[in-house]
Design a protein around this ligand. Sequence first.
Ligand code: SF4
Length: 97
Amino acid sequence: MVPSEDWSWRIDAACGGGKRSVFFSPDGERGAARARREARARRICQACPVLAACRDYALAAAEPFGTWGGMTEADRRRHAQLMRRQQRRLRSAADSR
Ligand code: SF4
């Protein structure tokens, strides 16, 4: 999927106003500190009016870093793996017809 060029949804983002550091991992962050920061970011995303547009953008762009649309980097990697697996199954089913 190709990400949209339209970034107008960002105007209504709940993560503006100095909250950006909650959404991206500082150097060396690991374990419980990372989990706490990501949980905080997810809570902000859940109340964000543009969550769907943000998540769709991040998935289409394969954003490698940060929490977008309530999904962490790990969430997006898992989602991409599931989509690839599903596409392989669909191709395989189509080939066997
Ligand atoms: S969904 Fe989360 S990351 Fe996306 S714009 Fe809203 S608050 Fe920011």
